[in-house]
Design a protein around this ligand. Structure first.
Ligand SMILES: [Zn+2]
Length: 405
């Protein structure tokens, strides 16, 4: 007995010693690099506001203006913290740090979208000065430009534009484009097969087939350029898909998927758009999606949710919320009619592939590949064509609403 007790005691002591070693935050911190901390000084001057951003170490950055948000993207692998100090300013309303998959984003929200900015940087120690000037406070030229041209960053450190910085602004702000572009995103591909049906049908094949037919339908009926994020059975990372949309200055982004569920009877279409807003109706939907998360794929992990919330809300998709939800609504209505099912409805969820697109964007779950009946339909070329036509009709209704001559 005493011997057993001693063994237990020794074992517990060993465990305590071991766990303090493993879990000690001090040790854990020493191993990784110190996280750079940025501070921002905000000062108004006549006609504008000066932001002085400092950090303990040099940072690669790029700037992008989108509406009333100026985003400074910091690309750093060692993390980033924002030491928030209170300020008051006529032009700058709030400053927040958020995290995207590729970069840390300092979101500078202003009271008006009518401002221009200039920037200059010093290194060792890092100091980035940004001057914002309200357009209406200047003696505005006949045609005020929304943003000053970006100066190249000063010396030493190369500014690497992040995918976020590469994003085009809203289609209306990028000058008059001759041809409008729709990007179709066939879900999954390559060794990433997506959901699988009981007869062995793979989501990646169905999404490509439907996407090709949708492309044909659009090119037949509309004077739009169509770009596919993949043309073959290839694996394309999610971030890349949104980047393809932005690099092509897409006016619309449509991601095509088929659904999977453990409930074999789950059926019908679902159309998603990206929003984390919480009006009553929307929070109800959000709750639904939280409760049915096994039906969703590629959800952003819970941990990133708060960080992403800011970006999503303030950046890319927020400007297109209304249009995205309208597009989703039309497409969903057409699919409901086609499939003759009860309305699974338009839903909102943080699908990663939608987060980066700087245009109205939806994700369509055509039908359930895990439902044997719908799987058989999804295999049939005729059905794939009818799905494509239905999506096209929804799209067409949307364009008639938003593209009035
Ligand atoms: Zn999918």
């Amino acid at each position: 007995m005493p011997r057993t007790a001693r063994v237990i005691l020794v074992l517990s002591l060993l465990f305590v010693a071991f766990s303090s070693l493993v879990f000690s935050p001090v040790l854990a911190q020493k191993k990784s690099q110190p996280v750079p901390v940025i501070k921002v000084e905000v000062a108004d001057f006549t006609g504008g506001t000066r932001l002085k951003i400092t950090a303990g170490s040099n940072l690669n950055y790029s700037l992008r203006k989108s509406g009333n948000v100026l985003t400074v993207s910091f690309r750093t692998s060692s993390g980033l913290r924002y030491d928030r100090t209170p300020f008051s300013s006529r032009l700058v309303q709030s400053i927040d740090l958020a995290k995207s998959p590729e970069a840390f984003l300092l979101l500078i929200k202003t009271s008006t979208a009518d401002f221009s900015y200039t920037q200059s940087a010093r290194w060792n120690p890092f100091e980035l000065t940004i001057e914002l000037k309200g357009v209406e406070e200047k003696k505005a030229p006949a045609e005020p430009r929304p943003a000053a041209p970006e100066k190249p960053a000063a010396t030493q450190v190369q500014t690497q534009p992040t995918p976020v910085a590469e994003q085009a602004g809203p289609p209306t702000s990028g000058g008059k484009k001759q041809v409008k572009t729709i990007v179709i995103d066939p879900g999954h591909g390559g060794n990433e097969t997506g959901a699988k049906g009981t007869y062995g049908t793979l989501e990646k094949d169905v999404t490509l087939a439907v996407s090709r037919k949708l492309k044909e339908a659009i090119e037949r009926g509309l004077k739009y350029r169509v770009v596919m994020t993949r043309e073959a059975d290839l694996s394309v990372p999610l971030e890349r898909r949104a980047a393809i949309a932005n690099n092509n200055k897409a006016d619309l982004f449509i991601s095509i998927h088929v659904n999977g569920s453990r409930r074999v009877k789950a059926n019908g279409s679902e159309t998603f758009f990206l929003s984390l807003n919480a009006s009553d109706e929307e929070s109800r939907r959000l709750a639904y999606f939280e409760n049915n998360s096994e039906e969703l794929e590629n959800r952003v992990p819970e941990k990133d949710f708060d960080d992403l919330k800011l970006i999503l809300w303030d950046m890319a998709q927020s400007a297109y919320l209304k249009q995205s939800s309208q597009l989703a609504e039309f497409v969903q209505q057409e699919l409901n009619e086609l499939l003759n099912t009860r309305n699974r409805g338009v839903k909102q969820a943080p699908f990663k592939v939608l987060t980066g697109a700087a245009c109205p964007a939806i994700l369509v779950e055509v039908a359930f590949i895990t439902n044997p009946e719908e799987e058989k339909q999804l295999q049939a070329e005729d059905f794939q064509a009818r799905v494509a036509e239905a999506i096209y009709r929804g799209l067409n209704r949307f364009l008639q609403l938003y593209e009035k001559p």
